[in-house]
Write a protein that binds this ligand. Structure first.
Ligand SMILES: CC(=O)SCCNC(=O)CCNC(=O)[C@H](O)C(C)(C)COP(=O)(O)OP(=O)(O)OC[C@H]1O[C@@H](n2cnc3c(N)ncnc32)[C@H](O)[C@@H]1OP(=O)(O)O
Ligand SMILES: CC(=O)C(=O)O
Length: 526
């Protein structure tokens, strides 16, 4: 039996993030993902006529046969001075037919008098009568005590009275919300203890991250006996975001030794996190705890050395537990250990860190990193450097020269023409090609020269090409880094080139991109 329930509000509170606007299709796809991971509750949205997507969501979600999660519909307590059954928003919640309803109500006297502008007594009745009405029309009701911690600090007795009203109405869970996200963990722990003396309904936590404490507050709440944690996948949400359920999930299992239902799927955590970013089309946070690309990426030479000797010397958990992997970053901060590791990985041979060839390779890597190559995102250029320096591969052609002509007609049409002269297999190949720009023309001439000798070259695509100015000198004499992605029928690879001459930087990248294909084919015996 699970000892803590994870309540996911990615589709409701997460959708209040300014970067996100979920379509119906996005919501349904995400609901499937959240269910497959094993979250206990999925808050689908606030179904009411102003939110047609959410109304539609609840019409469709029943047909999706979720395997574990209970779907909840979100709303607020009734408006002042009407009966719950006459409140259009509560009626819309019932019409959603979601098995669980979650409503928020006011805990902070300031909000009662100045925001919803009613009396303190009427607010207590709004809470109790709304919970009771929904309870009569649902499997269970969760009461979110909005601004509970701020309310408690302002008027503890009244804040507690609001919780008692929810309890009287029959709430199955009372969730204490740090809506403004400003509560510190030590305050939160004290307030929870005070609540537990007065309320016997199971408690939950809903924390926002405005002071960077959302995950810490959620965990402290669990340590203080709370059994439901609300949060959002990858921490999306309004302002600074909601408590990051991805991080919380791993922390609960690996640090607090809790056993939520999804614990058995922890090794899918990274996959789920990336899949949701894919749905919302937002680049994943590389530094995200546990799941980010950099979460187990070691860059400092001394760190790499340590991890290679004893992994836990610089890793707080085994990356595989959350579906992530260890990465050694090739950089100017690397030491001999990294080179040894990379060479072993690439060539499957044992090498000695003190071998002069390895030292030479390390110096070259450091020089290029200092020049701005950034091999961590140009793995094929890194590999080419290793193969060439250690004599494992010799580029089967060499450049005699290249020449570029830029031609712009009176009609405003511009054409670039490239001439490339290569030595290949003791022969000379001189080729001319035109292109939309100088790089396109160079690429075409190079392929024209290489294809008769390496016919598979015609299957190589240039998928992406980016130029970035390096350092603080952004004038026309600045150093630039060209980064490109190449691909063929089976693989994709990334290369870089750096120079103060944009054409030369592009040339380096083109050469690495095409030569990598030759290396790949030779390795496969072609
Ligand atoms: C802490 C949270 O994240 S709560 C969730 C916030 N999310 C959203 O607001 C997104 C969905 N919201 C909506 O679709 C709309 O705001 C609606 C349909 C709910 C309401 O729309 P409108 O009727 O046009 O009101 P509007 O949004 O301008 O103002 C909110 C109203 O809700 C009232 N209200 C706010 N909280 C509560 C509450 N707990 N109980 C009862 N009424 C409340 C306010 O007093 C205000 O009423 P008023 O119009 O009489 O002044
Ligand atoms: C309920 C909710 O989303 C909040 O109080 O932040």
């Amino acid at each position: 039996m699970a000892d803590v329930f994870l309540y996911d509000t990615t589709l409701r509170d997460g959708n209040q993030d300014r970067k996100i606007s979920l379509s119906l299709g996005d919501k349904l796809q995400a609901a499937k993902l959240l269910d497959s991971f094993g979250f206990d509750y999925i808050e689908g949205g606030w179904p009411n006529p102003s939110n047609p997507i959410d109304v539609e969501f609840f019409k469709h979600i029943g047909e999706m046969h979720l395997t574990h999660a209970k779907v909840t519909a979100f709303g607020s307590t009734r408006r002042p001075n009407i009966l719950p059954e006459d409140d259009p928003l509560l009626k819309a919640l019932v019409a959603s037919q979601a098995p669980v309803k979650t409503i928020f109500g006011k805990s902070w006297d300031l909000h009662v008098t100045d925001v919803i502008r009613t009396t303190l007594e009427e607010n207590l009745d709004m809470i109790e009568s709304s919970v009771r009405y929904l309870k009569e029309n649902s499997e269970s009701v969760i009461y979110d005590a909005e601004h509970f911690f701020d309310g408690y600090k302002a008027n503890p007795q009244y804040a507690l009275d609001t919780l008692k009203s929810a309890e009287l109405g029959g709430a199955d869970f009372i969730v204490l919300c740090d809506t403004n996200g400003g509560t510190m963990p030590w305050e939160l722990a004290q307030i929870i203890q005070a609540v537990k003396e007065k309320v016997s309904t199971p408690l939950g936590i809903h924390a926002h991250n405005d002071s960077g404490m959302a995950v810490a507050n959620s965990l402290i709440a669990v340590q203080n006996g709370i059994t439901m944690v609300q949060g959002v996948l990858n921490g999306y949400g309004e302002r600074c975001g909601n408590a990051n359920l991805t991080t919380i999930c791993a922390d609960l299992v690996l640090k607090l030794k809790k056993d939520p239902f999804c614990a058995k799927n922890l090794q899918d955590l990274r996959k789920v996190s990336l899949a949701y970013d894919q749905i919302v089309n937002i680049p994943s946070n590389v530094n995200a705890p546990y799941v980010g690309d950099a979460a187990f990426a070691h860059k400092g030479g001394a760190h790499i050395d340590g991890v290679m000797k004893v992994s836990r010397s610089f890793e707080h958990v085994d990356p595989q537990l959350v579906g992530n992997k260890r990465v050694f970053v090739a950089s100017d901060q690397a030491g001999g250990s990294l080179v040894v590791e990379k060479v072993k990985e690439l060539l499957h041979v044992d090498v000695d860190k003190k071998d002069p060839k390895i030292r030479e390779l390390l110096l070259l890597i450091k020089k290029r990193e200092n020049d701005g190559w950034h091999f961590d995102s140009a793995e094929a250029s890194f590999e080419m450097l290793v193969y060439r320096t250690l004599g494992h591969f010799t580029t089967p052609f060499s450049l005699e020269n290249y020449r570029l002509i830029e031609d712009r007609t009176m009609q405003g049409v511009s054409v670039s023409q490239a001439t490339v002269k290569l030595h290949i297999n003791d022969e000379i190949s001189l080729q001319v090609a035109e292109g939309d720009g100088p790089v396109n023309a160079l690429d075409a001439a190079l392929r024209k020269a290489l294809t008769p000798y390496f016919p598979y070259m015609k299957n190589v695509r240039l998928d992406d090409f980016k130029v970035r100015v390096l350092g603080s000198n952004v004038g026309s004499d600045a150093h630039v880094r060209v980064w490109s992605t190449f691909g063929d029928e089976t693989d994709t690879w990334h290369v870089a080139g750096v120079s103060s001459n944009i054409i030369e930087a592009s040339w380096f990248a083109l050469i690495d991109g095409l030569t990598y294909k030759i290396y790949k084919e030779q390795k496969n015996g072609h």
